[in-house]
Design a protein around this ligand. Sequence first.
Ligand code: AHM
Ligand code: MG
Length: 327
Amino acid sequence: MEASRIAQSIGFTLDRFIKNNQEQFQFASGELSQLLRDIALASKVVNREVNKAGLIDIMGPLGSQNMAGDDQQKLDVLADIRFTRALKKGGEVCALISEESESYEDLNNDGKYVIAIDPLDGSSNIDVNVSIGTIFSIFRRISKVGGPIQQEDILQKGSEQVAAGYILYGSSTMMVYTTGHGVNGFTFEQSLGEFFLSHPDMKAPEDGKIYSINEGQANSFPESVKKYVQDCKDNKMTARYIGSLVADFHRNLLKGGIYIYPPTAKDPNGKLRLMYECNALAFISEQAGGMATDGKKRILDIQPTTLHQRVPFFVGSKKMVERAQSF
Ligand code: AHM
Ligand code: MG
């Protein structure tokens, strides 16, 4: 089938969808649309590199560690470079917060948006050909455009996000995002080099049967989490854990389930980062009818105090998160 006919039969491209929905944004001046396009473009480059990972020597640890003390893989670093470069060129972003850097990066003083990004999440899965992802949160800058970045621009609550999304590099590559008007998913068509709308208006099942948690750490879970996991077993639920947040989240979003990263002995506040892992997925989950908490409090209401802050994370089907919380 020739390229244009494939395009027609698949439907909307991401570009067209963003353009058609631009007026939904509160401050519709086109910059946020352009920013989303920049992210999509960078993700295509990263996708190409992820696909080549087994072929050329870009696998394995680089020998350095990122701020949180995790081993950095070469692809993490490459992805960070790709996204930073695309966002710098785009000009819409004034400050970039990345899992891979200690402090935020000043990109363009005239930019109206702040972005928090985990360029490549699921680092333990990179060199074993298992799904990995990119996660991003976009905030509107609070301080005056043109001036220096302020603390208030950087440390905003998740409820202030104007857009958030993820890219899943899986058996196919998908971009899923929200601007606060529902959630839409786009699948990458390799030969055309385009994302096409494949999952319009995604809804999380209200209840589900899948629980995703690293049970290897169960001895150090809080009693309440141990009890909830036992409850899942008593109710004959299915355990599924990939160890890539985006992949686990995406499966549960489609099928109904809960993802939990609780406090453990190793990570007393959980392992996941509020600013560039939990906030975005919490926003998407809520927009799809799901729920996200730290076990007590809504994730989107947590006021961050540091860039790399960790929080316990319970996210997924509403009834499951409510039940987990009731323990
Ligand atoms: P990373 O940012 O170093 O990739 O770590 C985050 C990942 C998540 O994708 C995943 O859900 C979690 O760590 C798995 O952690 P664990 O191996 O402790 O279960
Ligand atoms: Mg990560």
